[in-house]
Design a protein around this ligand. Sequence first.
Ligand code: SAM
Ligand code: SF4
Length: 404
Amino acid sequence: MLALPGMNILWNLVAEKLPDLVAKRDFLGAESNVHAVTGVNGQDLQKDAVIGVQNKEQCKEFGQNVAMTADALGRPLHDLRISLLDRCNFRCPYCMPETEFHADYEFLKRSQKLTHAEILQVVRVATELGVSKIRLTGGEPLLDKKIVDLVAGIAAIAAVEDLAMTTNGMLLAPVAQRLRDAGMHRVTISLDSIDPKIFKTMSGGRGDLGQVLAGIAAAEQAGFSSIKINVVVQRGVNDHAVLDVLRHFRGSGHIVRLIEFMDVGNRNGWRMDQVVPSQELLTAIQAQWPVTPVGRNYPGEVARRYQYADGQGEIGFISSVTKPFCGSCSRARLSADGVLYTCLFATQGTDLRQPIRNGASDDDLRDILSRIWLQRADRYSELRRPEVAEAHAQSKVEMYRIGG
Ligand SMILES: C[S@@+](CC[C@H](N)C(=O)[O-])C[C@H]1O[C@@H](n2cnc3c(N)ncnc32)[C@H](O)[C@@H]1O
Ligand code: SF4
């Protein structure tokens, strides 16, 4: 990576390669603290496309080794979330309510979904632009019958340092060991309640609590550690039973993360009065078990972490509604049909499937990805005001298309 003072010259080079981005120079301003431009693989400026600018703060925070592609707000591209399929065996009302996702709902056809080879090409290229974390999600990723092969393929890409999956856990038990052996590093399991009745309701009548708990046990046995348990908290639905989930997992080494019900998509009937602010939960938890805040594990971590004072483990809060974290968001999201989104609340993305199927080389794809990221300026959560929400209302991408 180059860290040079002659920013004007460097910027002119960027502008030459990407004329449509010249305006960014004004945005960054004469006093900008932008100080580095990287070439492909952090090499030089003569070859191929110039792929990024970064600001000093991000550079320090993310460390010098990151091959930087920073967006218009100086955020690097670090994580890629891949939704393997849009189908799910659950119908969680906050995500895929049965009324909307009924028997006649048209999910993607096989030919519309990226193949594993196509996914691997995107991952390979994304790592050249700085991605080192991959998360497989969905829909329900374990409905992909060949997921173990895909995991092995991704794990074989040297730059992938962290390979994780988010699953509802129903199908996890029989496959946990094979996933681990194939190179999966971490799993997150979604489990909204430890009360069988509430759990059933929150899975749209389809989940079996015992089976999900067996999945968690199998993941433990397979050698996964610090398993994360995601709990979406909805007022009047499971908020009164959150402490029971914490009690169940205290001392297990697993990390329960309490997620504010988010206004993703347009089909889950989101209402602000159903959001339970993390602060409210924290107060209730403190009254039962004192907890103390812990620092972030890594830059861009979305969960605010706390530890039980009695040493029984850790919990996390994901407060995307009351405490948005756009400023450090380093994630791109790939839908099962190959659309790349740069925000969970995006209204549109960029189709990668067509160029890939038209024979795009890795170089071509890298150029497309770097352009998308350079232009990125999303910060929906931070801007979440009624007028912004309204403008987004009818067209936000659904959570099941791009994962959580
Ligand atoms: C979309 S799911 C996909 C993976 C898998 N099916 C699962 O449930 O773990 C990923 C995560 O998003 C969370 N999620 C879905 N809809 C949400 C919403 N409206 N607000 C907050 N989290 C949500 C889920 O609870 C889950 O933890
Ligand atoms: S949250 Fe996960 S399990 Fe629930 S409907 Fe959405 S994709 Fe399926």
